[in-house]
Design a protein around this ligand. Structure first.
Ligand SMILES: [Zn+2]
Length: 463
């Protein structure tokens, strides 16, 4: 529908009457990694119309009309990357968030964070905790650059659960009247106990635009007062949350470490395991049978995590304990091949999150190989996003694949990332890494059919 402006004068009215022109990009002479197969299709051409991939061919494509033409020079075209366990609202350590940043500063830093993910080639982020709905809306409206976001809204936690990050001196939000805790007021987490409260928390997130729900179903290292092995939420509370999410045609993701936590969550109908490092064989079989996704971080099993100065002092003992209990994780994944998505759980400022995601790419590729890592960050993650069904904000096409009709979220990489993952910024260093620089081997980034980055132009000028 085209609306003529009421202030029409000169040629403004004329333009408004004409049909809206298509936006077209023709990317010629590329090798394609489609996100699904461990193979490269050589010498192809791809036509993007508006937001979607319109045509893929090994013959040159003729398009009548205005277009942007990109000579791909035999570089590799691949789907934009997807992060499945991000925290774009956790823009610094918890102490700074709690005591020093007001909402304006948090908003500004969120925008910078979103841009840094996009410029590293991540065109989609599933955010699993924190107020990112406003960020998502601002990005979708074109106000600031950033990835597509699937926000979870406030983490839902029981009292004394892994999301209950109050200090000992902070009041309880409803047992001791209105909470004074800054992050709770900003919508980072809800503390809810009993069926009516967990239902209200779930529904309030959905009302605010959450595309899926995130709960804390077991202990963690970033909260001080809950043991990591503790079971959090009773089965009936968990079932109530899952059912309320299902009523909105979407699903629940849960922070879990141990088999007892995982089993309780899956029995309640949960579909996405956040972490799950101490999974055992029986539980892994159940995960595979039910088609449940696992969003685990390889950085979580690393020595680097143990040594990270970013950890609050109370975290270290728990990290050592969970790493000791997680020695079968890699073996079980290799044996049972569950649906694993790329997931960094990066926390902190832009530099910290950038280093962590580049390390995660390196570490996963070292353990599972380049193809498995890239598949987990493209087509498998795209499948996870589809669990949002009618709450999916991006319904026009698939994410994480190069095929006709898929969203035109694309990277053009100088070289073959299936052979060399460092082309995507994978970096062996994490804590000790140098300050991150732009990834020059990612030559072009397209999101939603729009060119976000194109440094091929400068190369051409210099030649
Ligand atoms: Zn997390």
């Amino acid at each position: 529908m085209t609306l003529a402006p009421t202030f029409a004068q000169d040629d403004t009215e004329q333009q408004a009457q004409e049909p809206i022109a298509e936006r077209a990009i023709l990317i010629e002479n590329v090798n394609i990694f489609d996100g699904k197969k461990d193979a490269i299709k050589a010498n192809h051409h791809v036509l993007v119309i508006n937001q979607q991939i319109k045509k893929i061919s090994d013959k040159s494509i003729n398009y009548q009309g205005q277009l942007i033409r990109i000579n791909g020079k035999g570089y590799t075209l691949m789907p934009g990357l997807i992060e499945s366990h991000g925290h774009l609202a956790i823009v610094d350590n918890l102490s700074n968030l709690k005591h020093h940043f007001d909402w304006v500063e948090i908003g500004v830093r969120q925008a910078a964070m979103a841009k840094s993910w996009l410029l590293d080639g991540f065109t989609t982020v599933r955010d699993v905790g924190g107020p990112t709905m406003g960020l998502k809306r601002s990005i979708d409206a074109g106000v600031v650059p950033g990835p597509r976001i699937y926000p979870s809204g406030a983490i839902i936690s029981q009292t004394s659960g892994h999301g209950d990050i109050r200090e000992r001196t902070d009041r309880h939000p409803y047992l001791e009247s209105e909470s004074d805790e800054h992050m709770q007021r900003l919508g980072y987490y809800y503390i809810a106990d009993g069926v009516p409260q967990v239902l209200a928390a779930t529904r309030n997130n959905l009302r605010n635009g959450a595309t899926q729900i995130k709960i804390m179903a077991g202990g963690g290292n970033g909260s001080e007062f809950d043991p990591i092995d503790s079971l959090q939420f009773r089965p009936q509370e968990m079932k109530a949350i899952v059912d309320a999410a299902k009523d909105w045609d979407t699903y629940v993701a849960a922070h879990v470490f141990y088999p007892k936590q995982i089993n309780r969550f899956i029995d309640a109908g949960g579909m996405s395991l956040e972490h799950a490092p101490a999974i055992n064989e029986a539980t892994m079989k159940k995960v595979v049978n039910k088609g449940v996704f696992i969003a685990m971080q390889m950085n979580g099993l690393s020595k680097e995590l143990r040594d990270s100065p970013f950890n609050p002092p109370y975290a270290k003992a728990g990290i050592i304990e969970i790493q000791k209990d997680s020695k079968d994780f890699i073996k079980l994944v290799k044996q049972y091949k569950p649906k694993m998505v790329f997931a960094t759980d990066a926390l902190g400022d832009v530099e910290t999150q950038t280093k962590q995601r580049r390390f995660e790419l390196y570490e996963r590729a070292r353990i599972f190989g380049n193809f498995e890592t890239l598949k987990s960050a493209t087509s498998v993650a795209g499948e996870l996003m589809l669990l949002t069904n009618r709450r999916n904000p991006y319904k026009l096409g698939k994410l994480g694949v190069i095929e006709q009709g898929a969203y035109a979220d694309l990277l053009l990489v100088a070289g073959n990332p299936l052979a060399d993952i460092s082309l995507l910024g994978a970096n062996k260093q994490w804590i000790d890494a140098e300050s991150p620089q732009p990834i020059d081997t990612i030559k072009v980034i397209i999101k939603d059919g729009r060119i976000i980055k194109n440094i091929l132009r400068y190369e051409d000028e210099n030649n």
